[in-house]
Design a protein around this ligand. Structure first.
Ligand SMILES: NC(=O)c1ccc[n+]([C@@H]2O[C@H](COP(=O)([O-])OP(=O)(O)OC[C@H]3O[C@@H](n4cnc5c(N)ncnc54)[C@H](O)[C@@H]3O)[C@@H](O)[C@H]2O)c1
Length: 437
């Protein structure tokens, strides 16, 4: 079995590599020549645990190839995956021009039956547009050629993407023909052997499932953040509440952490896009509108706490900041809460030195040297008025508090991810701020 994967970002690269790991021959295609060049020289353009080893193994095994030529990718392929970005458009809807651009190119080049699988997160109705776009390109060529479209949304999470792809809770596949279903069954054969639940459904339901999943997860986060803020006001502790409700099997204990807001390339844009879809059908997605509002407010919560501590005057203050990526184990900084906090601190006249295990290059690419970067976590705290935790990287969880104490000018910690115990911090003599405790 041979496939092409178009778009070699977090999703395309991980999906392509993992499918190669199951024996499929995969050609990954990207317009970014520098990225392809790197991959062809054994360098991995993103940070994702375990990915480099799998790429190396499968490239060596002759099952994984990288090219900028879609034509090359399509030759002899049974299926082609579209895994390009779908960033938010100005009105919040998903910008489909990359997806439809690839569809057009496929229509211009394809020579035999193929299943065109959309892996990008796309609103209901997009596969129909993909199909129409390919058909229009075929018509232009005067070519009568059969093809199918399929929807196969991806649920991997950055930071654990390889594991998620190889051991998914489920695989969702939307198809509209038996022929396409058979191709997808062959492609996912290794997963079927492993008893992974594979749910075949109609295409609109598959498209919607992805948005529903991300929106549900974002809703849990905003719900807990709202609860946390109320806990602070009434004198309750969100940790205890989390334990109390998480032990209810109907609720479950995942995705209940209060913090300084969700970011990333998916939740913010997918929530926005689903609200927009609602609007297109004259339906108000009221819950999701609130989810978004709560999250926007939550991303400023650390700044509010910091500002209040210093009585509204941050001029000349210096902060040591741990964690820049939107979550641990990734270098992705799209919509990261750290960016909003940094912007607010700088605007208020403060300075920042940051440390992140992998996202500092990405941060520098985005905001340059408007802040300083430390090559070691404790160095970021040197002579700082306070320490701020924005991302809960593992190595921040049990730090050497003696080093922190030695580095800081004052023993003040703002913990945006509730990774330290308020009791212990009090014992150690810190002024400590968490979220909802
Ligand atoms: N990142 C995640 O955790 C995640 C998880 C699930 C689903 N998704 C969805 O998957 C899709 C891709 O997300 P991502 O994070 O991998 O994006 P990304 O921005 O990391 O990668 C997209 C890649 O597509 C390439 N590209 C753009 N136009 C192209 C073209 N015409 N031909 C070939 N390549 C082209 C870009 O150069 C880039 O390398 C999005 O719809 C996203 O919502 C992302």
């Amino acid at each position: 079995m041979r496939i092409a994967v178009v778009g070699t970002g977090y999703v395309g690269l991980v999906s392509g590599t993992c499918l190669a790991e199951t024996g499929v021959t995969v050609t990954c295609v990207d317009v970014d020549a520098a990225k392809i060049e790197k991959l062809n020289h054994g360098q991995v353009p993103i940070y994702e645990p375990g990915l480099a080893e799998l790429i190396e193994k499968n490239t060596r095994g002759g099952r994984l190839f990288f090219t900028t030529s879609l034509q090359e990718g399509l030759s002899d392929a049974d299926a082609v995956f579209i895994a390009v970005g779908t960033p938010p458009d100005e009105d919040g809807s998903a910008d489909l021009h990359y997806v439809l651009g690839v569809a057009r190119e496929i229509g211009e080049m394809v020579e035999k039956y193929i299943v065109v699988v959309t892996k990008s997160t796309v609103p209901v109705g997009t596969n129909k547009r993909v199909k129409a776009t390919i058909q229009a390109a075929l018509d232009k060529r005067g070519l009568e050629l059969e093809f199918d479209v399929a929807s196969n949304p991806e649920f991997l999470k950055e930071g654990d993407a390889v594991n998620d792809f190889m051991h998914p809770d489920r695989v969702i596949i939307g198809v509209e023909s038996d022929r396409a279903k058979k191709v997808m069954e062959r492609l996912y054969h290794a997963f079927i052997l492993n008893n992974t639940p594979i749910y075949f459904m109609d295409i609109p339901s598959a498209e919607m499932t992805k948005y529903a999943a991300n929106s549900m997860l974002a809703t849990r986060i905003s719900f807990m953040n709202d609860m946390a803020n109320l806990c602070e006001l009434v004198g309750a502790n969100i940790d205890a509440v989390k334990q109390g409700i998480g032990s209810d099997s109907r609720i479950g204990n995942k995705f209940l952490n209060a913090g300084c807001g969700y970011g990333g390339s998916c939740f913010p844009k997918d929530v926005k896009a689903l609200i927009r879809t609602g609007r297109d059908y004259h339906y108000d997605m009221q819950v999701l509108q609130a989810v978004e509002e709560v999250n926007d407010r939550q991303k400023t919560i650390l700044f509010e706490k910091i500002s209040k501590h210093y009585h509204g005057d941050l001029r000349g203050k210096h902060f040591g900041l741990w964690g820049l990526s939107f979550k641990p184990a990734t270098d992705d900084m799209r919509e990261a809460p750290s960016l909003i906090l940094i912007e607010q601190l700088l605007a208020a006249g403060a300075t920042v030195t940051a440390y992140d295990p992998v996202a500092m290059d990405e941060c520098r690419r985005r905001i340059g040297d408007s802040i300083s970067y430390a090559s070691e976590m404790y160095d970021a705290l040197k002579d700082a008025d306070a320490m701020i935790v924005v991302t809960e990287w593992q190595e921040f969880k049990v730090p050497k508090f003696t080093y922190i104490e030695r580095a800081l000018k004052e023993k003040v910690i703002f913990d945006g991810r509730n990774i330290y115990s308020p009791e212990q911090m009090r014992e150690f003599g810190y002024v400590y701020y968490g979220i909802g405790r």
